[in-house]
Design a protein. Structure first.
Length: 384
């Protein structure tokens, strides 16, 4: 079996957020990949939280041609080939996203060729995974945020995540001092905790938007509200400062969704900088790389969870490996994925059941993708 065609489709998809009296329009972008073989088998992959046009160009012009004629079952050899082609000096960024999008397609294809669901091919540790709902976005007013929290709990979710930090460092030139952002975050966290009671797990995510001083202050002030982890509190996931923050707070720290290669996770582990690692298969080099990251985490007895959305691809990793954790059911991202893919599973009482269909168990709807591809790309504005 040989690879005969590799393609990429950049998409920027409008999403309507219509909950608790809020009707808001936004968009998210991603890049779909497709790998076809001389047997007619096709594998599908994707990456997101990046510039979709750049990934598509990298696949079409550089990475795709390098895969044509190769054996798609040789996922480890092809990952290594793509690494030396796209990131020979250890860069992450766009190279890691490109590798992830193609590696996912290769594993989907491989599982289909072997007649196995992907999670079983990755190890088959469990047939369902717990999920947490990312619901609490900055565009909600405080009362809307509390109402949204109650809504998700009523739908069976007992694990909720909300954003904090307001991308404060990136917006530091706006007339909104970081200390005011932090003070409002405390009030928002308090409102959510009051709305859902003491038993619901509550996580917060600063999206790498704070410095050490303000992240420390925020952590100190929200500790009484029983936060189960504080995700990406610091800009750049600065390993040295993550370790310092971890020593200053009782809240567990989580990060890793935007890290591209295994060495970054190694540094987090060696420096005891995180309580939870969050590799994301659509970003962190695909399944081939995330299996290695999961193995490193297991050796350090550090748990892993899915951060950075895209639960339907990441659920296969967490069902596959014995130390798998939660998948992130990110409301906005899921609304977008529903427009692209058929046969996506639906959480039941906070769990996702893994499919028995060979491969990923779901696929893009070709007709809808063709229509969505007619829309303008995001030009850097598709990361919501």
């Amino acid at each position: 079996m040989k690879i005969t065609r590799v393609s990429a489709t950049p998409l920027n998809i409008p999403v309507t957020i219509d909950v608790v009296g809020l009707n808001k329009q936004t968009s998210l972008s991603l890049c779909l990949t497709e790998i076809e073989t001389d047997t007619g088998l096709v594998g599908h992959g994707m990456t997101a939280i990046t510039e979709e046009e750049i990934i598509a160009a990298a696949v079409r012009e550089v990475a795709g041609p390098a895969l044509v004629g190769e054996d798609p079952m040789a996922t480890e050899r092809l990952w290594d080939k793509l690494y030396w082609l796209l990131s020979p000096r250890g860069q992450t960024g766009y190279a890691s996203h490109t590798i992830a999008a193609l590696d996912i397609a290769l594993w989907d294809l491989k599982a289909k060729a072997l007649g196995q669901p992907l999670w079983r091919l990755l190890g088959g540790a469990r047939s369902r995974v717990p999920v947490y709902a990312t619901f609490g976005f900055g565009f909600f007013e405080r009362d809307q945020l509390a109402a949204a929290a109650r809504l998700w709990v009523s739908q069976g979710f007992q694990r909720l995540k909300m954003t904090v930090g307001g991308h404060a460092l990136a917006r530091r030139d706006e007339p909104r001092p970081i200390d005011e952002v932090i003070a409002e975050d405390v009030r928002r966290v308090a409102a959510v905790r009051e709305a859902v009671g003491p038993d619901v797990k509550l996580y917060v995510d600063a999206n790498c938007g704070l410095d050490l001083f303000h992240a420390t202050e925020l952590a100190r002030r929200i500790e009484p509200y029983g936060i189960s982890f504080f995700e990406e509190p610091l800009t750049q996931n600065d390993v040295r400062q993550m370790a310092q923050l971890r020593s200053r707070t009782s809240i567990p720290l989580a990060c890793g969704q935007n890290e591209g290669l295994a060495f970054r996770f190694r540094d987090l582990l060696v420096n005891q900088a995180a309580d939870v690692l969050q590799p994301n298969v659509t970003i962190s080099g695909g399944y081939s790389q995330c299996l290695k990251i999961a193995g490193m985490a297991q050796a350090f007895n550090v748990p892993i969870d899915n951060g950075g959305a895209w639960p339907f691809h990441n659920m296969h990793l967490h069902a596959g490996v014995s130390n798998g954790g939660m998948a992130e059911y990110h409301y906005v991202a899921v609304q977008m994925l529903k427009q692209i893919f058929d046969d996506l599973p639906v959480p039941q009482e906070g769990w996702l059941q893994l499919p028995e269909t060979p491969g990923l168990g779901f696929a893009p709807n070709a007709e809808r993708v063709r229509e969505l591809a007619k829309l303008p790309t995001s030009r850097g504005k598709g990361k919501a």
